[in-house]
Ligand binder design. Sequence first.
Ligand code: GLA
Ligand code: GLA
Length: 680
Amino acid sequence: MEADHGHRWLRWPSSQARARLAFGADYNPEQWPREVWDEDMRAMRAAGVNIVSLAIFSWARIQPAQDVWDFGWLDDAMDLLHAHGIAVDLATATASPPPWLTTKHPEILPVDQNGHTVWPGARQHWRPTSPVFREHALRLTRALAERYGRHPALAAWHVSNELGCHNVYDFSDDAATAFRAWLRSRYGTLEELNRAWATAFWSQHYSDWAQILPPRLAASYPNPTQQLDFKRFSSDALKDHLRAERDVLREVTPDVPVTTNFMVMGGTKGMNYADWAGEVDFVSNDHYLLTGPQAQDELSFSANLTGSLAGARPWYLMEHSTSAVNWQPVNLAKKPGGMARDSLTHVAYGADAVCFFQWRQSAGGAEKYHSAMLPHAGEDSEVFRAVTELGATLAALAPVAGTRRSRAAAAIVFDWESWWASELDSHPTSLLRYRQEALDWYSAFLAAGVRVDIVSPADDFTGYQMLVAPILHVVPGALGRRLENYVASGGHLVTTYFSGIVDEDDHVWLGGYPGALRDVLGIRIQEFGPLPAGDAVDLDLGVAGTLWTDRIELTDTATEVLASYKTGDQAGRPAITVRRTKAGSASYVSTRLGPDGLSVVLPRLLDIGEVASDLPPEARGLVEVAVRTDETDDYWFLINRTDRHVDLSAVEGVPLQGPSLAADAILGPRQVRVLRRPRH
Ligand code: GLA
Ligand code: GLA
């Protein structure tokens, strides 16, 4: 990463340089007649909008044919926004190639695992590795950079859009060529690749690089290391596209920060964002509230993880929704207060921008039933009133702009490599869900009212009293040693089933499970005991396990049993163990306890790690607390997770908005209070 680009945030017009939170949306004026734009400006100002993302899907409009350019409408939109004091995060417009391009160059279209072409008709129908696509995309990027680089409304560049949302895995011939080049640079020699891929198995030995293919439709399970490498490669191929557009932008406009919107949410796992975060000037994320009992926790988890990717930098919530989306099986409207709570939860974890997809709800097209800031019903609507109220709240929260997240005492280790590898096929179970296990631990922290960070295995663990590493499946030798040192120097490590099993080549650590973590945990397992779907076993702590069990032997006199199985094949044997060292400990949870079971077990582990809640007992579990900080003050975000009223009288601080706690200490359903507390 270029050091001088590392900490740059939005370039606000100089007339508006004061600290503020950004507020706005994707703006798609090309979907509307020109007279509507004037109404948009008035309504944006009424709502407190100060930034929009423009031209995300405008390629066909900007470049209607290979050598025909139409910038007039975009000049007009940029000037109009600027005249109304609204800054622009301008897209490079390369997300959806126009029909003239795919007709002339069908070789840019992706190919799926079965050899089917992914045809145009939706969006993002391009191969990340196509040299032809790259050339056209960079030409457009350069044209926009040259035309708008000095425009006073321009606050940032927005590379493409949600890279990899639909095109992360491409199995085309271009992908095959690029995959071979990627493998050459990873392994150097074919011998090394053959070793890493264990090609002695099933007669897969390669004698020429040209023989290697992406893991296309195969007769049985494709080689697992080939699959893992293809995931690594696919993330890198998109990252390479990001860098290519970014480098053009930096060449033409070195003073304008560059971002792209990540998708840290739900099951989106193709892009290793821990590896991407250093490539942008500031991190942006898109997050949509899912449905189900852990939806709110999942939002918080994603915001927290995004904040951790951003590091010391503020980050930009590029998209979320005011109410329903259009792409879930059933699309629920948000409850009153829900939108503001969602927005402010992102701010709590370091977002300095709160933006939506999109400004004005479309009348036509695939997303016409997706909510927006200005809904079909118009300005006389609850959504628009709530949007306007949110704009005022964010203005009152201006003091938090530019503050950093305050470090928690505990952290969850989140690892894309373990996510990818643990969910490959032909494993002890196909039911394991890596991110769900991490989320369940996160929910247990929320239930305990204890703040927790999310870190990557590459991060520095020192300073964390407790590290929870759920399903840390891939443990290269160096990581195993770092975890041993962490425990030896007083850290409290907690890990779970199917952790420590393989190295970076997806080869099993021999001698008994959990391989690389066997010594630090002081246990040994000879055979896995996964459970059939629907089966549960009881533990003596009054909780039940599903998915997995292990037959655990204690191999160190310092290893104690924290809980045992009461039923099932392992009845009477250890289910949860802890090995205590002089100052630290290493605990192992051998089954899936889910959020409810973990909310019973985690407090015991927190006791061992001496990690405490910041909240008064009556608020724990009901209120989520996140803390931002600067030189003089802490800012406590208190987020009501429930539909109940919560009493905050035992909490100290001065609200940045709304009544003082002395006047009103009740946090209503879904409400958020932000308290300023001087640092001692
Ligand atoms: C993504 C895209 C947007 C829109 C939203 C809908 O985030 O970036 O263009 O499709 O989803 O939720
Ligand atoms: C078949 C094959 C073996 C092996 C086993 C695994 O029997 O012949 O090579 O794959 O299945 O169950």
